[in-house]
Write a protein that binds this ligand. Sequence first.
Ligand SMILES: Nc1ncnc2c1ncn2[C@@H]1O[C@H](COP(=O)(O)OP(=O)(O)OP(=O)(O)O)[C@@H](O)[C@H]1O
Length: 698
Amino acid sequence: MPSPRSAAPASSPARSWAHARITATVEQRRVLDSAAPAIVISALAGTGKTTTLCMKACNLLLQAGKAGQAREPAPILFLAYSRAGVTAIRDRMLQLHGKVPASMQILTMEQLCEVVLKEQGDPVEKLDDPVRRRFLILQAQQALRLELERNDHGGGSDDDELLAQNVDIDAFLAFEALAKKKLLHRDIEDSGLDLRAFCDDQGLDYGLCRLYGQYERMRVGMNHEPRFYAEGDCTFELCRQLGALDWDQPLDALRERYSAVLFDELHDLDEGALMVLRKLVQGGNGLFVGAGDFNQHIHEGSFSVFGSGLQRMRECLPADTEVLAINTTRRFGAEICAALNPLFGVAFAPMAQSSDAFAHLTYDSDEHCAAQLVELHGQIVNAWGALQDAKGDGKGTGQNNSSLNVVLRSPQDSILLEWVFGHEGVHYGCQGMSPFYLRREVALALALMWALQGDGGERHLTPGIVGAAVEGLLHYGRRAARGGAADVDLLAQGRFDDAGWTDLPGAQEGQKLAATLHSSATRMRRYIAHGTLDPSAPELADACAQLMALAPNACAPLLADAGLFCAHPLVRRIFAEAPINGAERSACLASLQALAGLAHGLPVAELLGRLTLLATASIAMHQANEPISLRLLSVEACKGREFTFVAVPFVERGRFPGPASHQEAYRERNMLYVAMTRARAALWLVESAAKPVWPGPV
Ligand SMILES: Nc1ncnc2c1ncn2[C@@H]1O[C@H](COP(=O)(O)OP(=O)(O)OP(=O)(O)O)[C@@H](O)[C@H]1O
């Protein structure tokens, strides 16, 4: 067994990794040479946090090899907060070490907790299907109603409100995730307040909090044997076990298990993850090295490592923890550093002799912005990228240089861009979002147009679009509320109705139905109007069904101009009345508006015709393995990654960075920071002339 917290030797080897072009910088060497039992690297973007951690891992592996111990040394644990972080570590290890060594485990915190629970004998039944999850939430709500009725509540208007409310499932999911990340139950207990008073005090939604309690009781059962684990539940469960221990008491399962613990993305730590991390450090798992860029803290519920946050983290680490800063970026050069520093009030330093380019463009309208991106894309494909490829400036990443990477704050912003680039015949890819026509709100609008038009049109929608539209119908059209089918006796006992477990429609339901519906607009129309394919079912009365019942003279102008269709009050009503939260409602309406913008003046038949051509061309290019020359990415999807050419368009006060309360404004700022720190060779900021953010500070 390795000695716990074995200190690094005074001087680590100059290079224990195979990559000849990577030698540690002065700042990185400080980390490699540190003899402290724990190190926190506080660094800016692209300064080599992941690389430095991997270098450190290579050094540790070399030392372990040299030590020639009789027994296999304990493995190194390399944690990242996100799955994307795990991929980034794997890639960097491959780059530096040629492989991921068997003596290294690269895991997210949730994956580590799952491993530990399984070792304890818990089968860890996973629940990944979002549609099933929704049904269970509806069952929990039904059970809560039964309980309130049984107790004849007497709770007055609060409980009446709970009985009347229809749960907004997305709001519930967001609440649940946050409550678990923040370990809300501890705060409730510590407050000594009753739930209502606690919610008032913290500005929390009482109904959601109450339902959360009910759902959790049903999930874990009377004897605390969790029936299933959704994402985040494994960490939450381990935290529950840790909560029963004294502050200094280690958890056996996390004790002397590893020879070192490395943690990338420290800025995303939440209360739960911090609790597990503390036990790992306490448990004699050797050296701890964590790295984070506190400007990249963008997740809701992460405990902020700003200001006193760093102090809080240090309280969990040994007293002689060393905090080291890295400001010299290896990703980009002086021009991008000079653009970022005043904008974000940071102090990036470039490496000497690094070359890069920064350009600041402005736009007057979205179309103007899109046109500039098209031009930029052309330049890159025809000139810049080819030049970089010829120079062999792939920097060993194996990336295609001839592509433009466009980072977007909101998926709605991709709608116009996809349409414009699609018409240019560009093979583009979306990461962190689906192509716009496969998003359920857009697909639903398209399927409604198609159904209204009938089978006379030239083209059918693709099965993918119809599948997304069916999901949209279930989600927005209140047609999924089948919680009533559950066994009321079971619910009254605080148990989920497991009997129908396998029969519950899962996420594939949309796809199965789509296979039946996509070849006939008439069938689709019947399905929308009746909510089923059963011909004897009565017609529904919701907004979707009412659209199908419009008289021919009311339909004609809508079919003549798809833009008018998108703006029709009944279409807007679908989203206005949907059981969704305010943020999702605004996002749906923004998508509808973007769709209306490109559909303006186009007959429905033409819009759908062009769109299906665009979708089928994209599938064909994909099947022919044609390289992608344009990538549209969400901020979350580009985090931790780097690209040769990056454009950040639609930068506009109130849009990117988006509107946010004072408390949350830093997350919006950080999203722009993450987007703008991904470029290696060239960065374009495309900003609104009317509402600029430049020159900052944001
Ligand atoms: N010592 C070095 N020598 C040469 N290149 C380096 C060195 N350190 C890092 N790099 C390169 O710099 C770039 C950024 O490194 P890395 O991704 O590790 O930074 P990061 O701080 O983890 O980034 P992010 O903040 O985006 O997560 C990569 O291309 C990496 O290969």
